[in-house]
Each structure stands twice: as C-alpha cells, then as structure tokens.
Ligand binder design. Structure first.
Ligand SMILES: [Zn+2]
Length: 187
C-alpha cells in the first residue's frame, strides 16, 4: 500500500458499509465474492461494457510525477500512470491495489477529487476521508473479509489474491482483530 495524502471530507462510511458497497458492486460487475479480481479486465472490458461513459486514460509516467492514479468521478474517468497499468498486467500487488483504490473513488465519491485536493485540508474523522475510504474499498475488493478470515498467513493472501506483502499483512491483522471482536461480542 502506498502512503497516500489525507483526502477530503465526504459522507461518512464505516468498514461494514464499504464491505456492503463492494459486495453490491461485485454483483453488478459479475464478479465472484470470494475470488481473485482481474483489475485489468475490469477497467479494460467490464466497466466500459457496463458503463459506456466510463473511460480510463493511460498517462505517460513523466506527466504524472508522484501520482499513480487520479479519478474524476463527475466525468466517470480514471487517469492511470502507464507504468502502473503495465505492472498490474503482470499481477504487481501495489499496482493492482492502486487500480482498485481508483475504482473505489469512482463509485463512492462524487466531488472532483483533483480540485478538492488543492483546497485547504479540513478537520474530519478518518471514516469521512476520501482516501481512507478508497483504501478500505480496495482492501475489501481485492481481499474479501470472508475469505481472509479463513486464512492463517499473509502468504496465503498473497498467493490467492496477488497483493503486496504489506497490504496482505495489514489486511490479515485487521481481519483477525475484527474476528476476535465479533467472537467476544457473541460470548
Ligand atoms: Zn485516492
């Protein structure tokens, strides 16, 4: 997972709401709830077929500097750094996460993120933050809770879902925390 700047304030969404959003979208996209997601097929074939106004523009690396991807939800458009696309084609975990993160912005957020980012940061809670929500979306989208809870090592997650070591470790520990919380609530 790349370190991302704090985003802008949006309507609050907690983990469970984002999980529901992911499940609803996966059924619209015709994706299995527990399977590996081919993000390239998603942006190249599935999204353009389902949403003819969707577009994804690949931008030469030198024109995108430090940014891996940018989404303009109002135009239903993702700008993706060429090298991120190329690496995602080879199942690079971090690049796959970036694409899932941008898809999260596309469906969760409606304000122009590019412009909003240049404004003064506002004080807001993490679950109201566009970047936190998009990261949470990407984690749920690529590493489904119900599958991860049955796994015992981060290598299992990497092997099945083709994510980075860091993303897999982070997801495993968060899912385990959530499962133990659920278990203690049910006692
Ligand atoms: Zn973002």
């Amino acid at each position: 997972m790349t370190i991302r700047a704090k985003g802008t304030k949006t309507s609050p969404r907690n983990k469970k709401q984002i999980r529901k959003d992911v499940e609803r979208l996966k059924s619209i996209f015709g994706l299995g709830l527990a399977e590996y997601v081919d993000v390239i097929e998603l942006i190249d074939i599935t999204l353009p077929e389902l949403f003819p106004h969707f577009s994804c523009e690949l931008v030469p690396d030198k024109e995108m500097a430090d940014v891996a991807g940018l989404t303009v939800p109002a135009e239903f458009k993702i700008y993706l750094k060429q090298s991120v696309y190329d690496k995602a084609c080879k199942d690079d975990g971090q690049s796959r996460f970036t694409i899932a993160h941008e898809v999260g912005h596309l469906f969760l957020h409606d304000q122009p993120l590019v412009l909003a980012k240049q404004e003064k940061p506002t004080e807001h809670k993490v679950w109201e933050d566009t970047e936190w929500q998009a990261d949470q979306f990407a984690a749920e989208f690529l590493m489904p809770f119900e599958s991860v809870r049955k796994m015992s090592t981060h290598q299992d997650i990497i092997g099945t879902f083709k994510v980075s070591n860091k993303a897999a470790r982070c997801r495993l520990s968060k899912v385990k925390d959530e499962v133990s919380k659920l278990e203690s609530e049910n006692k």
